[in-house]
Design a protein around this ligand. Structure first.
Ligand SMILES: NC(=O)c1ccc[n+]([C@@H]2O[C@H](COP(=O)([O-])OP(=O)(O)OC[C@H]3O[C@@H](n4cnc5c(N)ncnc54)[C@H](OP(=O)(O)O)[C@@H]3O)[C@@H](O)[C@H]2O)c1
Length: 297
């Protein structure tokens, strides 16, 4: 069983850390707001005041944090992992959805400290994390991914080895651009049906049971039709913008174009403009309704 340092007790971090404990691993947990990590103490986690303290002597160091800034702070800040007395040959795993540029930089920092590095972003919302059914997109050497499978199995239903370091986050960002496009398309279609006088519940059923019915559309069309969005918020409009920004950058950096990605980003940015950016992504339909009402006032 591994000694795990886990950085981040957010909506994803809490259940992931809990499942590592259930799997028999020991967990030292750091969260910027220490109080949010406290519930994990009852399940056997030890709280750490800094990432440096959490990482000292750990076999595996894993982070699940909002974005590049948060990850940079935890790994490379003045009290970050890289300042710790590290176990030689320990594993460093970035599980957050961050940019490829930062993952590449972090890999170099980890190598300099003698760590094995893997990028292992996850797919699945917090409820999926609770049931240990996440999908993991792993980037790293075959040996490193195989060495970490017994640890990652405690939180996931599958570990897909995408390729070398950076390929996990590369795939995840492109995957999330596609996902965001589907949510935006669902909101647009649902709002258009409503504006055209079609019963929104009928529209949701049609989109969900037809060729349009991806898991994203099935889930979001249901929330949009019932006007009963997830509580607490599971994935906000602002998080969609974060993922789209990193994903579009990556697509353009490899010489592609992201015409539809930019369009989806634009509508999620309208959520922020209307002070709805911290609401669930499914509430994009309310933004589109507000824009429609304004345009037709
Ligand atoms: N939610 C989902 O459905 C989902 C699904 C798959 C992947 N993800 C990815 O998983 C990661 C975590 O998401 P989440 O849903 O758990 O988010 P969350 O609930 O908002 O938690 C964010 C975590 O990041 C920390 N944090 C934020 N800004 C920070 C900063 N500047 N310095 C240090 N710590 C900071 C927070 O600390 P505080 O508690 O102190 O604020 C908290 O631990 C993200 O990269 C997200 O894209 C999320």
């Amino acid at each position: 069983m591994a000694k795990i340092a886990f950085l981040g007790a957010g909506m994803m971090g809490q259940p992931i850390a809990r499942n590592f404990l259930r799997g028999g691993h020991s967990v030292k947990i750091y969260n910027r707001t220490l109080e949010k990590a406290r519930p994990l103490e009852a399940h056997g986690a030890v709280l750490a005041a800094t990432p440096k303290e959490a990482a000292a002597g750990a076999d595996v160091i894993i982070s699940s944090l909002t974005n590049d800034d948060a990850s940079r702070f935890a790994w490379n800040g003045s009290e970050g992992v890289m300042q710790a007395v590290l176990k030689p040959g320990a594993y460093a795993i970035e599980m957050s959805t961050v940019s490829l540029a930062w993952v590449s930089e972090l890999n170099e920092l980890a190598k300099d400290r003698g760590l094995h590095f893997l990028d292992c972003p996850v797919a699945g919302r917090p409820d999926v994390a609770v049931s240990a059914q996440l999908k993991i997109f792993a980037g790293g050497s075959v040996e490193d991914v195989d060495a970490m499978r017994p640890v990652l199995d405690a939180i996931s239903k599958s570990v897909m080895h995408v390729g070398g370091v950076g390929s996990g986050i590369t795939f995840k960002l492109i995957y999330n651009v596609m996902g965001a496009i589907q949510v935006a398309a669902c909101a647009e279609g649902m709002q258009a049906c409503e504006a055209a006088g079609i019963d929104i519940a009928v529209a949701a059923e049609g989109f969900s049971t037809g060729a349009t019915g991806s898991p994203h559309v099935i889930r979001h069309a249901g929330y949009m039709a019932d006007n009963s969005h997830e509580d607490p918020v599971q994935f906000s409009g602002r998080m969609r913008i974060k993922d789209l920004s990193y994903g579009i950058q990556l697509i353009e950096d490899v010489g592609g174009q992201s015409v539809i990605g930019h369009a989806a980003k634009k509508v999620f940015e309208q959520m922020v403009e209307l002070s709805m950016g911290d609401l669930n992504d499914s509430e994009l339909i309310d933004t589109l309704r507000a824009v429609h009402a304004k345009d037709h006032a």
